[in-house]
Structure formats: structure tokens, C-alpha cells
Design a protein around this ligand. Structure first.
Ligand SMILES: [Fe+2]
Length: 297
């Protein structure tokens, strides 16, 4: 059988279904570990832009398989946090967000702090000049209940703003840093090398998606320290107001994980958070890859 025959079969079998939510889609009937033909890639690419979060259910992949899958959504980049890197493939991290039963001891404290940080609404790696484009998570172990990942659609949230609020936000810029006093939970102890790699950066508060051309709020409750040019109190009030706005039910999708799921989301038009409500000791282990994005504009 020639390549074109294989492609035609693959293109006919992919099934993309909108989730029962304001955004998000599931993608089935595609081999996640094998190359995709042009039609399949194009259909999934369109769904990624339109639906922002894609769920690919299936079996377990090894780190190499996850990395190969992730390449369809951009150029994988290595984690800033060296603790999380997998030795042999630095682009693939292993994340453990298991809730531990005992909160004592240095290692547990470190774990608990970084886990709780994921409880806050954020978009991945907004503290660098070119924040992550896509994030790919692959569920290795999931808790018996709870532990969902919540997403909010910052594009729909921007679109729904009243015109005077859009005008108010136009041209405003925000200072993003690895750490900010505004974060509910501060980062665990970091090495000097990690600190040196992460100076503050300025991004627009409303960004334009480089592929769809649509505008979205660009927030990060763990990373945005202040809005450029505003007094602290006014900046805090506006950031709090926007954080409350985007987290309305009408902008939210909650993903309840099954083992083997791959989730891909677009950090340019969503935020996410982890729900820390699973039973203590129930393991929640994921592989993660993030891909390189553009400078927001
Ligand atoms: Fe995240």
C-alpha cells in the first residue's frame, strides 16, 4: 500500500467532537504515536485553534512517544525547574501532584508548595519573553476521585467584556515574574541558576493570537506582579477584577482525568489550575511537555 492510501484512511477515521462545555474537543480515531497525514494534521490544527483544549484518550505512551506527539504542536522546550526534568529526555517532565498525607520534612514541604502553586489560575511559563505555546500532559496515574484540571477561556472572557472595559485595557502591559507577592502560594526554594534565568518580563494585558488573530486576556495569577504605570492598589484591584471575571462558570471546562489521556491546550488563550481535592495518597502522575511560543503582542 502506498503512502497516499494510508493517508486517506487516517484522514477518514479521525473523529473530533466538541466537549459538552463552552470549549474543548475530544480527538479519537488517530494513532497518537504515529505520524499524521496532512488532512488529519490540518483538522486537528483547526480544532486546536477553535476549541483551545484537545483531549486524546488512549493507552500509555513512554516519554519518547509523548515527545513525538508534542512535536505536532510546536518545538518542545526544556523545563526551567531542573527538579522536574526527566534525565534522558529533558523536554519531558514528570509531575507528581499526589496529595501527601503528612506535611512535615523538607522534601514534603517542597512538594507541597509547588503542588499548591498549581492550584492558582495560570498560563504556563508566562514569566519568559516567549511563553509556552502549547502544553501537553499525559496521565500516567490518576486519583480515584478529584484532581481535575480546570481551564478557563481567556478569549471568550475578553470577548464578553463590555466595550468600555476593553477600551480601558487597550495598551496596558503587565509585569510577569517567576515569583510575585500576589501569588497565593510562593515558589519553593530555587537555585541561583534558576533565579538568573528568570528576570521579570513585560507582556500586553490583552494579546492577539498569532494564528487566529483573536484577542484574549493574558493573565497569570501566580506570575503577574503588577500593571505597568499603575499605583499598586489600582493595579491589584484591576488584576483581582480580571481574575474573577475569567473564572466565571461560563468560561470554564473541567477535565476529569483517565489513565492514558493526553491533553493539549493553547496557553495563548486559556488559563488552567489543578483542583487539589483528591484523597491523600492517591497518586497523580503526569508527563508534561511545553512547546515554544511567540512573543505576545
Ligand atoms: Fe500549569
Amino acid at each position: 500500500m502506498g503512502t497516499s492510501g494510508t493517508s486517506a484512511i487516517a484522514a477518514r477515521t479521525v473523529r473530533i467532537t466538541a466537549l459538552d462545555a463552552p470549549f474543548g474537543a475530544s480527538v479519537e480515531g488517530v494513532d497518537r504515536a504515529a505520524p499524521w497525514d496532512a488532512q488529519t494534521s490540518a483538522a486537528i490544527g483547526r480544532a486546536f485553534l477553535d476549541r483551545h483544549v484537545l483531549a486524546f484518550p488512549g493507552g500509555l505512551l513512554d516519554p519518547g512517544g509523548v515527545l513525538a506527539f508534542a512535536r505536532r504542536f510546536g518545538e518542545p522546550i526544556s523545563e526551567v525547574n531542573r527538579e522536574k526534568r526527566l534525565g534522558e529526555i529533558p523536554e519531558v517532565s514528570r509531575l507528581d501532584s499526589t496529595i501527601k498525607a503528612i506535611e512535615s520534612g523538607k522534601d514534603l514541604l517542597f512538594h507541597q508548595q509547588s503542588a499548591l502553586r498549581n492550584d492558582g489560575w495560570h498560563t504556563d511559563q508566562s514569566f519568559v519573553e516567549r511563553p509556552a505555546k502549547a502544553t501537553i500532559l499525559h496521565a500516567l496515574e490518576v486519583p480515584s476521585r478529584g484532581g481535575a484540571t480546570w481551564f478557563c477561556d481567556t478569549e471568550a472572557a475578553y470577548e464578553a467584556l463590555p466595550a468600555d472595559k476593553k477600551a480601558r485595557l487597550s495598551g496596558l502591559e503587565a509585569v510577569h515574574g517567576y515569583d510575585t507577592v500576589r501569588a497565593r502560594y510562593r515558589p519553593a526554594v530555587r537555585s541561583q541558576a534558576e533565579i538568573d534565568e528568570t528576570p521579570e518580563v513585560i507582556h500586553p494585558l490583552v494579546r492577539t493570537h498569532p494564528e487566529s488573530g483573536r484577542k484574549a486576556l493574558f493573565l497569570n495569577c501566580n506570575r503577574v506582579d503588577r500593571i505597568v504605570g499603575l499605583p499598586r492598589a489600582e493595579s491589584d484591584a484591576l488584576l483581582d477584577e480580571l481574575a474573577a471575571w475569567v473564572s466565571q462558570e461560563r468560561f470554564i471546562y473541567r477535565h476529569q482525568w483517565s489513565v492514558g489521556d493526553i491533553l493539549v491546550w493553547d496557553n495563548r488563550c486559556t488559563m488552567h489550575r489543578v483542583s487539589y481535592d483528591s484523597p491523600a495518597g492517591d497518586r497523580r502522575i503526569m508527563y508534561r511537555v511545553v512547546t515554544r511560543g511567540d512573543r505576545p503582542f
